[in-house]
Design a protein around this ligand. Structure first.
Ligand SMILES: *Cc1c(COP(=O)(O)O)cnc(C)c1O
Length: 401
């Protein structure tokens, strides 16, 4: 039972930890969510308003605010980024017998969404500079597959680690071929390319609010598009394909994919603070860049490319060690883990995953090379300066050995 005393203690601000001369030593996380009184106020409002049921005013406002930020006509709040990808692919007419070329260097969710439709993925390799899909190779894959008689209704480029694909070249090429572009912008909210926001480039796009992303609803996602009819149809499919009549009437199989009002409230708090959270991640990246500058064979992923750093949302800063050996990334991850610092390999390419071993791939070796040499570093907005310095010390010490 919640007694009045317990309720009061829950509502009072969290006790401030006393500043100490020697910072506490503890595990440093890769991308821990940061929540403040801003989020508390939004969630409390949702609770007190009585809108506990799914849907409600925070959902509507959250959709409008994200659509405005990205620069699209509308948005549909969903239970995950994967759900958004699934609905986007269904809209593109993807189904059994089709193939969908996509980035091999990605999280499994991108591929899983293709498989949910009954289609099969075809993996396309990445550029070594930023890890994003090689656009020429993607175009080549579409043409080759079509010349062999495959149906290719859509492609699924991924804005890797918060940096947009080269849509300036990709969109006209797919337009000419009549191929729908679905943008997986799950990691890229707040990033930009050629003046447009990540999530505004395909016919539709998915973003994710999973716990470790640039902002979170503790779990959730959104489908974005300029096509309001597309969004209306996705909205209908995401609520069990219920027809708007007084009884339950169904002519199609639907999904239970909507985001709740409570989680949308949390998202609105996070969205309000998104610019400052991105600024913090950018400052952390700048510190890593400065510390790594003396090492000729070490670079940060994305920096050797033409896009400006301001276009990047700096979600996860990734260090690439251009050094020989099969276990370059492995050894660094092991060393940082031993110092209680969470660091991870970049995504293991999907064409290397046992579950997709029998699927087709167009490879040049770019993603394999990044998997061998790339490590994502702690990048969360809640990292303190002394924690960043601890990572820098371990990293520089390791590299100089
Ligand atoms: C996180 C992620 C997804 C899936 O988003 P969820 O909200 O976890 O379902 C899809 N694609 C990429 C590239 C991701 O990083």
């Amino acid at each position: 039972m919640v007694t009045p005393a317990l309720a009061a203690s829950l509502l009072s601000p969290a006790p401030a930890t006393a500043p100490s001369a020697t910072p506490p030593v503890g595990r440093i996380h890769l991308s821990k969510a940061e929540v403040t009184e801003v989020e508390e106020a939004y969630v409390l409002d949702a609770l007190r308003s009585g809108w506990i049921a799914p849907l409600g005013p925070h959902v509507d406002a959250f959709e409008a605010e994200v659509a405005e930020l990205v620069g699209v006509a509308g948005a549909l709040a969903l239970s995950s980024g994967t759900a958004a990808l699934h609905l986007a692919l269904l809209d593109a007419g993807v189904g059994p017998g089709d193939v969908v070329p996509l980035s091999s260097l990605t999280f499994a969710a991108t591929v899983n969404a293709v498989v949910y439709t009954g289609a099969r993925p075809v993996f396309v390799d990445s550029r070594a500079s930023d890890g994003n899909v090689d656009v020429d190779l993607l175009v080549d894959a579409v043409d080759t597959l079509r010349s062999e008689g495959h149906r290719v209704p859509a492609v699924l480029p991924v804005d890797l680690l918060g940096r947009c694909v080269d849509y300036t070249r990709l969109l006209p090429a797919m337009d000419r071929r009549g191929v729908v572009v679905v943008e997986d912008a799950a990691e890229a909210l707040g990033a930009r390319h050629a003046g447009g926001g990540a999530g505004s480039f395909g016919r539709s796009a998915a973003i994710s609010f999973n716990g470790n992303k640039i902002m979170t609803t503790s779990g959730g996602g959104m489908l974005l598009s300029d096509d309001l009819e597309l969004l209306a149809r996705a909205r209908y499919l995401s609520t069990q394909a219920r027809h708007p009549v007084p009884w339950y009437e169904h002519t199609e199989v639907g999904y239970n994919y909507r985001l709740s009002n409570l989680l949308a409230a949390l998202g609105r708090g996070q969205l309000e603070r998104l610019p400052s959270m991105i600024d913090r991640r950018r400052a952390i990246r700048a510190r890593y860049a400065e510390a790594l500058a003396p090492f000729d064979d070490v670079r940060l992923l994305g920096r050797s490319d033409g896009d400006t750093d301001a276009d990047d949302n700096c979600w996860l800063t990734t260090v690439v060690l251009d050094r020989p050996g099969a276990t370059v990334a492995d050894d660094l991850v092991t060393a940082l883990t031993a110092a209680d610092i969470e660091a991870r390999h970049v995504w293991k390419p999907m064409h290397r995953q046992p579950v997709f071993a029998c699927d087709r791939a167009f490879v040049t070796g770019g993603s394999d090379e990044l998997f061998r040499t790339g490590v994502t570093l702690p990048s969360g907005a809640s990292l303190r300066d002394d924690e960043v310095e601890r990572v820098v010390d371990e990293l520089v010490g390791y590299l100089g050995r």
